[in-house]
Design a protein around this ligand. Structure first.
Ligand SMILES: Nc1ncnc2c1ncn2[C@@H]1O[C@H](COP(=O)(O)OP(=O)(O)OP(=O)(O)O)[C@@H](O)[C@H]1O
Ligand SMILES: [Mg+2]
Length: 299
């Protein structure tokens, strides 16, 4: 087990039940909500129960059928067939993690569909043998999808969706839980930092809410709040860490976008070069006030 992983919403129980029942699982969550960590943690927790090894494939528009199924290769004049990750895991009865499955092209999804239906078998039409591979009894598949608002994502065809009848939703956690997760990642170095960490979580939530209603182009994930905690633990001032981690990224969408976020950061952490604590009303922003160009500071 990874001591840093916190099963805050009971997702492991869902995976365990699905695994035992032989049902495949779909994990739905935005960027950086812990989808990959959850699946890895589940695989680790099953290690001593004779479960198969975890193999993953991360889908993009460039993923081809050959990555999944395999491809012919020529070595020393002989043509052999190198099996892909899907075929390997079916044979070994491993756990297969299909990451961001809704970024895949239709032809790739069709081959997956074939393997994942109730017969759990795949005809290797690419190999000279034309063999039919049948999945091992304990074969287990988890897929993840990003919500459709994410660029490059497509709606999963309904028949493929139905191959994953158990679903897990991952959202950004409540403030206290996010604080706990950050603490786990920065170890013992967090003494006295909770005020600033909590403020960074509130900043992240404000930006997430603004991005959700398309006021901003980017929504910070748990990676950002953890990175903020790591920098703070190394002695970087909160305001600077907030600029580096949360603010500066918006410069890529131009000065106005960057300034909007800069104003929010100033309202929560004080001005650059001015040391503030996060306990004063001035630095936290009064409850419910709207600052910057229309971005509400969540409290
Ligand atoms: N429940 C949790 N407990 C501890 N750490 C977590 C938890 N959830 C997420 N994290 C941490 O947050 C970061 C992002 O998590 P992860 O990579 O699993 O997210 P993801 O949803 O797979 O992201 P992406 O959509 O970008 O692939 C990692 O550093 C991970 O360790
Ligand atoms: Mg991931």
């Amino acid at each position: 087990m990874d001591a840093r992983y916190l099963d805050w919403n009971g997702s492991l129980e869902i995976l365990r039940n699905a695994y035992e029942a032989g049902l495949f699982v779909l994990v739905i969550g935005s960027k950086g909500t812990g989808k990959t960590s959850l699946v890895r943690e589940f695989a680790r927790s099953m290690e001593d129960q004779n479960a198969g090894a975890l193999e993953s494939i991360n889908f993009s528009l460039r993923t081809r059928e050959s990555h999944l199924v395999g491809a012919k290769t020529l070595s020393g004049g002989d043509v052999t067939f190198d099996e892909g990750v899907l075929v390997r895991s079916m044979r070994n009865g491993g756990m297969l993690y299909l990451d961001e499955i809704n970024a895949a092209e239709a032809d790739v999804l069709i081959r997956l569909d074939e393997a994942l239906d109730d017969r759990r078998q795949l005809v290797l039409k690419e190999a000279a043998s034309g063999e039919t591979v049948r999945a091992h009894d304990r074969w287990f598949v988890v897929a993840s999808i990003n919500p459709l608002t994410h660029s490059g994502t497509k709606e999963l065809p309904p028949q493929l969706l139905s191959r994953f009848p158990v679903r897990v939703i991952l959202e950004y956690p409540p403030e206290e839980v996010e604080l706990d997760i950050i603490r786990r990642h920065i170890g013992t170095a967090h003494g006295g930092m909770d005020g600033d960490l909590m403020q960074a979580i509130r900043l992240a939530n404000t930006l997430r809410q603004a991005a959700a209603v398309e006021e901003l182009f980017y929504s910070p994930s748990l990676r950002e709040t953890i990175a903020f905690g790591i920098l703070l633990g190394r002695g970087v001032l909160a305001r600077k860490a907030a600029d580096w981690v949360f603010g500066n990224v918006y410069a890529q969408w131009g000065k106005i976008e960057h300034q909007k976020v800069n104003d929010v950061i100033t309202s929560m952490f004080g001005r650059s070069g001015v040391t503030t604590t996060t306990t004063t009303a001035a630095s936290t922003g009064a409850s419910g006030t709207t600052v910057g160009a229309g971005i509400g500071v969540g409290r």
